[in-house]
Design a protein around this ligand. Structure first.
Ligand code: ATP
Ligand code: MG
Length: 448
């Protein structure tokens, strides 16, 4: 069986298009990826497809991650079978995507994404925008072509669970072992086709501890502006991946090093230039990375709320200085910050709702008298609001005493809560406001 399969692999790989390389077939002793490292569902999908006479491999990020000793998030399979053929072999499966169809195969709790080998983009038949960005590529192709259209050599590894070999067209295994992230083909051409590859270079380099090959690294600075033509929804997805990867701090440093932060998250530039804002953003990213490492849930809403908070503070202060009342000024500031952001990153409506909820809770933590604190504790978003408050205090924006008080208040026996209230708050607030009025440009508590 294994011999038959190996024969098939060799036989089929040989007649690849002239310009395409012959692959190396790398035995398990040299890469160390065993069948047991692959999820049961991915193993099953490959064997069912192979038994039906198709080629099928685990491909892409999963193979790469296992080789460097990381746990893959998910498993993708690439196959010579058409989507319809795949669909027919698995009862729990469905075809998704209209232009380029792929198949989701469900098995137990897992979903395996199965893609048919894709053809390479060639200049004549590929539709691009005026900057050379590829708009469609939806033709099925050979396995060699499928390998060559992938972005980095380390992402073009095809693992066969049956023989435990890796089919490697572009020296990806060697590049991984030498800790190099190398682009397949001419990096300038590949960035022009899809500028998101620049972000992927920064993210994957940081995630895998690889250094970006100079040929792939050099053009990034001059080509970064091509990111402006990428649809905001795609940029947002990629930013989310980056920020929620568990390596956000490393990724962002890498982005800054490559000059990619400019224009990408425009407000981030501003934030990172304010001393207090910068501290707050790094703290929040470290906090997120730590949560990911501990397997705790993280929410995009919370993350973006932290990234944009100092922008909101600045806008809020400006509005208050113009005489707007505190509460409406905050809501206007929130809307205007999200509005400015929306042209660049398509923050979904749901996430924007989460962000606003967290921001809107913040002033409520300052009221520690009467019934208000009891009502705040019952808010469904109380915990997220408190985590946010604590980050603000840790960055030096507020006294630590405030989140500490809330923690104690929340933990206290309901009968002893009454005694903890801070009833003079309203009085001091009034006094503070009166004192501030005469000053020409009052510096607000938020920036003190
Ligand atoms: P991770 O899953 O860790 O975020 P990944 O490399 O697996 O990283 P996916 O978006 O899951 O990223 O993509 C799966 C595979 O598809 C990649 O390994 C790569 O081979 C190919 N790929 C993804 N994006 C591109 C792109 N922009 N250009 C060319 N190939 C790509
Ligand atoms: Mg992946």
């Amino acid at each position: 069986m294994i011999r038959k399969l190996l024969r098939r692999v060799f036989r089929r790989a040989a007649p690849a298009t002239n310009a395409l390389p012959d692959p190396a077939v790398i035995p398990v002793a040299r890469h160390g990826v065993r069948r047991e490292h692959i999820s049961p569902a991915a193993n099953k999908v490959c064997s069912v497809l192979q038994e039906a006479g198709h080629k099928a491999y685990v491909v892409g990020g999963a193979v790469r991650d296992i080789i460097v000793g990381q746990t893959p998030k998910d498993f993708d399979v690439a196959t010579s079978a058409t989507p319809e053929e795949v669909r027919a072999l698995f009862r729990r499966s469905r075809i998704i995507g209209r232009r380029f169809k792929i198949v989701h195969v469900m098995s137990g709790p897992e979903t395996i994404e199965v893609s048919t080998f894709r053809a390479m983009q060639d200049a004549e038949s590929t539709e691009t925008d005026e900057h050379g960005r590829v708009l469609r590529d939806n033709v099925f192709g050979s396995m060699a072509e499928d390998a060559t259209r992938r972005d980095f050599t380390v992402n073009a590894l095809y693992y066969d669970p049956t023989s435990e070999t890796i089919i490697d067209y572009h020296h990806g295994v060697a590049d991984l072992q030498q800790k190099t992230l190398r682009m397949i083909g001419d990096p300038r051409v590949r960035y022009r086709e899809d500028p998101v590859r620049m972000l992927r270079a920064a993210r994957l380099g940081a995630k895998l501890g690889l250094s970006i090959d100079p040929a792939a690294r050099a053009p990034i600075r001059e080509m970064a502006e091509l990111l402006e033509n990428v649809p905001p929804a795609r940029l947002f997805d990629e930013m989310l991946k980056l920020l929620m990867s568990g390596n956000a701090v490393k990724c962002l440093r890498q982005l800054r090093e490559e000059g990619l932060h400019h224009g990408l998250l425009p407000l981030l530039d501003v934030i990172l230039e304010q001393p207090m804002g910068e501290r707050f953003v790094w703290l929040s990213l470290e906090n997120t990375d730590e949560r990911v490492r501990q397997g705790k849930p993280i929410s995009p809403g919370f993350l973006f709320a932290t990234l944009l908070w100092h922008e909101v503070l600045a806008d809020w202060d400006a509005r208050k200085a113009e005489g707007e009342h505190s509460q409406p000024a905050l809501f206007d500031a929130m809307d205007s910050v999200l509005e400015r952001q929306s042209g660049k990153l398509a923050i979904t409506r749901r996430i924007a709702g989460d962000i606003k909820e967290i921001w809107a809770l913040q002033p409520r933590f300052e009221k520690r008298a009467g019934k208000t604190p009891y009502r705040l504790l019952e808010q469904p978003r109380y915990r997220a609001g408190w985590d946010f408050l604590r980050l603000r205090a840790q960055s030096g924006e507020l006294p630590m005493e405030l989140p500490d008080w809330w923690e104690a208040f929340a933990d206290a026996h309901p009968e002893s809560r009454e005694a903890m209230l801070v009833p003079d708050k309203a009085g001091t607030a009034k006094k503070r406001r009166r004192r501030k009025k005469p000053a020409a440009a009052p510096s607000d508590a938020g920036q003190a």
